[in-house]
Design a binder for this molecule. Sequence first.
Ligand code: ADP
Length: 235
Amino acid sequence: MSTTPPLVRMRGVTKEYPGPVSALRGVDVDVDRGELLAVTGPSGSGKSTLLHILGTLDRPTSGSVTIAGHDIATLPDRSLSALRARHIGFVFQAFHLVPGAGALDNVCEGLRYSGLPHRRRRALAEAALRRVGLGDRMDHRPHELSGGQKQRVAVARAVAANPDLLLADEPTGALDTASGNAVLDLLLELNAGGTTIAVITHDREVADRLPRRLHIRDGRVVEDVPCTTTPAGAR
Ligand code: ADP
């Protein structure tokens, strides 16, 4: 049996918003290093809330969350930001690229809080863009890129610092099927290279391509389908 602790451990996590709204009602989830999982569920079921808590962008109302061995409840905000910069990358449906900046500058921007010197950040950003197949688009600004390419820049930005955990919120939601599949292929490839990835999606076809599926309803995990077969390219 493996003795390696999970990368993420959530126990009894709840989240209450003013209203009051119980967005999460006692979630227990472990994510091991090297996993690739889909988080699915109807709109309003708590997926984004879960992702925000996983990403340390928000704290739970109760329960415990440990990421890479750090208990996030006890970390002051400053240490939490450092943990996030060092261990977690984010990809969003709407890309969130800086409009006037080229692809390379956009990826460098994601390394701003890494504490690395400028030259090292540039080298990492270039390597990340090559990794996502955009080595020939370094200077293209977002409006000069297709939707799929924009999302690949966003993925490059998220993985440039080699995070332990990549969190993607509907990464294919704004893309046509072919571009969406290409982005998914890229995530599978990054996972094959060792990156742990959680993907929020309401798209059944996307979820079906991922080895583990966590289904949420009304703030609770109602299904956790582990990897039974290894999809081609996933490992
Ligand atoms: P999903 O991502 O599955 O659509 P969310 O996590 O965004 O679900 O939302 C879960 C529930 O929490 C919903 O009922 C939503 O309206 C509520 N909610 C989300 N964010 C807030 C907030 N900042 N303030 C109040 N209620 C919120």
